[in-house]
Design a protein around this ligand. Structure first.
Ligand SMILES: Nc1nc2c(ncn2[C@@H]2O[C@H](COP(=O)(O)OP(=O)(O)OP(=O)(O)O)[C@@H](O)[C@H]2O)c(=O)[nH]1
Ligand SMILES: [Mg+2]
Length: 186
């Protein structure tokens, strides 16, 4: 049976940029949300890497299409749970807290918190790739707060197997690669 490493997260967080770095495959990336439509798959050895479309709200995209994408991702994860070696939840560390706070103020569970809980409830091995760290001014404080929203008590440095600060655009993804290496060995 082949194992999959799946990249999931809201639109525009940098999933495809990271996918390129991990696989060398030149999938489309872009400034506009909703660049990736269908999932892209690349096999490297015994592992298939999967780049998913963006999850959740996207400006300018029809609600019906968004719901369809969400349903597709949820169904994919549920059906393939056994084959998924690692789920990489990619977040934009530079905007995560601001967006999450907006949801909390409206009395809602932030989408990305909900997604993280969904992934862990499926018993998947989940790592949060905190991307765009090049735009974050106070990295340790920001990572502490992100971890806290996801149920991981600070300091975030206790959770280096679950939170990987990266900058996909700059090719600085070593913390994530280390987690993947360990996973492939086990
Ligand atoms: N500053 C910065 N920008 C990044 C980083 N990674 C990706 N980006 C930019 O973020 C934008 C979106 O990147 P994509 O890789 O297309 O994002 P995506 O998550 O695949 O988006 P969808 O396919 O719409 O779900 C692009 O303009 C990238 O150049 C990063 O580490 N730092
Ligand atoms: Mg994409």
């Amino acid at each position: 049976m082949t194992s999959e490493i799946v990249l999931i997260g809201r639109s525009n967080v940098g999933k495809s940029t990271l996918f390129r770095q991990l696989t060398g495959k030149k999938v489309k990336v872009g400034r506009r949300p909703g660049v990736t439509v269908g999932p892209a798959r690349v096999r490297l050895g015994n592992v298939v890497y999967v780049d998913m479309p963006g999850y959740g709200y996207m400006k300018g995209i029809e609600k019906r299409l968004l719901e369809g994408t969400k349903d597709f991702i949820v169904q994919y994860l549920e059906e393939k749970a056994e084959e998924i070696l690692l789920a990489i939840q990619v977040i934009d560390a530079a905007s995560f807290l601001e967006i999450a706070d907006r949801w909390v103020k409206r009395g809602e569970v932030p989408l990305e918190v909900e997604l993280y809980e969904f992934l862990t409830d499926l018993d998947l091995a989940v790592v949060v790739a905190a991307n765009k760290m090049d735009k974050v001014e106070r990295p340790d404080d920001t990572l502490d707060e992100i971890g806290e929203r996801l149920g991981m008590l600070p300091p975030w440095s206790q959770w280096k197997d679950k939170i990987a600060p990266i900058s996909a655009k700059k090719g600085e993804i070593e913390p994530l690669k280390e987690i993947i290496r360990l996973k492939l060995q086990s």
